[in-house]
Ligand binder design. Structure first.
Ligand SMILES: Cc1ncc(COP(=O)(O)O)c(C=O)c1O
Length: 388
């Protein structure tokens, strides 16, 4: 009896040792491949930026302009491309394009402009230029997710300060966070993505004055809002304004611009890769801006359709709709139903954005981009059917 118990004990010991050695060797295998040894832990924890498959769906998820160019304009553009020297590197400073951008966007000649492969790249360039471990980048939350993501990938700390329940700035909380964390950069999306509202401009001025470092006012949705901080650049030397051509109708080109004091931009320019604006982008954007009236007309149409959509959404009792100065609308559905409503709309071939999983203030929230009138109608019908 005694001997049998000892044999059983010995067996369980051998078994435990075997299991432990297996775990060790599987851990070693991971280390040998180098993933957990060499990739920074904060990168391993990140989820990649997710873009859903939108094949055959009405695409109202990404704040794009739904309109293309008239056929004669496409022909004219293709003619311009015919003369491009693809064998040569592009102008590294994109001088002609910058001149065109400055006149199109009425940028004063007291400030300078830096171009990026989309404004995403400019956000990354700003972060790379200021990156020191443990430095803080600060923004109100919820806001554009890339501020947080790029802060982490460039090795700094992100501090998000909750907005008020109506998505306006909590000025006391922001001032306190700025005083405590001394952020290298504060990002203010104006209008804010994903809420669509314009923060109070005077409150923003207080934050710019209280900030020890840079404040970047991100005007990605400027084409649909009637306010800008470009006119205030003279007053604040730590203010940079970010713009993009994506939302006005050139998302596929990838061109963003950072506007600000030359002293700041000269330093940020040092982290820019040479030739980041390729020749196709330089030539095509310059051509497109020569026909600005087309984009302006499209933006006016989108604003009219946005206001019509806001009015129609407000008539639905079960939904709370937030005011928008952008080309998208945020709305809240009854508790616990966001994913089911999103899927139901998708099953009717309309893709919008489900923000419910972001949690916090975005729980039960969906965001729809303003499309063409027939696309907006398809969305409204799908939403009404889903709400039944
Ligand atoms: C507030 C804000 N800033 C910047 C961007 C990035 O734009 P781009 O296409 O120029 O990289 C977006 C994109 O959705 C945005 O919402």
């Amino acid at each position: 009896m005694h001997v049998q118990r000892n044999i059983a004990l010995l067996r369980s010991l051998i078994c435990k040792q075997y299991m432990a050695s297996k775990q060790l060797s599987s851990r070693n295998t991971v280390s040998l491949t180098g993933i957990d040894r060499w990739i920074r832990p904060e990168i391993c924890e990140l989820k990649p930026y997710y873009v859903p498959d939108s094949d055959d769906l009405i695409k109202l998820d990404a704040m794009e302009n739904p309109y293309t160019w008239p056929e004669p304009l496409v022909d004219e553009w293709l003619e311009v491309l015919r003369n491009v020297s693809f064998n040569r590197y592009p102008d590294p400073a994109s001088r002609k394009l910058k001149q065109r951008l400055c006149s199109s966007f009425a940028i004063p000649d007291t400030v300078d402009v830096l171009l990026g492969n989309g404004s995403d790249e400019l956000i990354q360039m700003i972060m790379l230029a200021v990156s020191v471990p443990d430095r803080v980048i600060l923004a109100p939350e919820p806001t554009f997710s890339m501020y947080r993501m790029i802060t982490i990938t460039t090795g700094m700390k992100y501090v998000g300060v909750p907005l008020q329940s109506d998505f306006n700035l909590d000025v006391d909380a922001m001032l306190e966070a700025i005083a405590i964390h001394q952020p290298a950069v504060v990002f203010l999306s104006f209008p804010n993505n994903p809420s669509g509202n314009l923060f109070d401009a005077e409150t923003m001025c207080m934050l710019i004055e209280a900030s020890p470092g840079l404040v970047v006012v991100d005007e990605a949705y400027h084409a649909f809002a009637d306010k800008t901080f470009v006119s205030r650049m003279e007053d604040y030397k730590n203010l940079l304004v970010l713009r993009t051509l994506s939302k006005m109708g050139l998302a596929g080109l990838r061109l963003g611009l950072l506007i600000g004091d030359a002293k700041w931009l000269d330093e940020i320019n040092k982290v820019r890769l040479p030739y980041n604006i390729n020749i196709l982008v330089q030539v095509s954007a310059e051509f497109a801006l020569g026909h600005q009236h087309i984009f302006d007309k499209q933006a006016r149409q989108i604003c009219r359709d946005r206001d019509a959509m806001l009015a129609e959404l407000r008539r639905l009792d079960a939904i709370s709709v937030y005011p928008s100065h952008a080309n998208f609308i945020l709305f809240r559905v009854p508790p616990g139903r966001a994913t089911e409503i999103f899927e139901s709309i998708k099953s009717r071939d309309v893709l919008i954005k489900n923000l419910h999983n972001a949690g916090g203030m975005l729980a039960d929230c969906l965001r729809v981009t303003v499309g063409k009138p027939d696309e907006n109608r398809a969305f409204m019908e799908a939403l009404k059917a889903a709400m039944k």
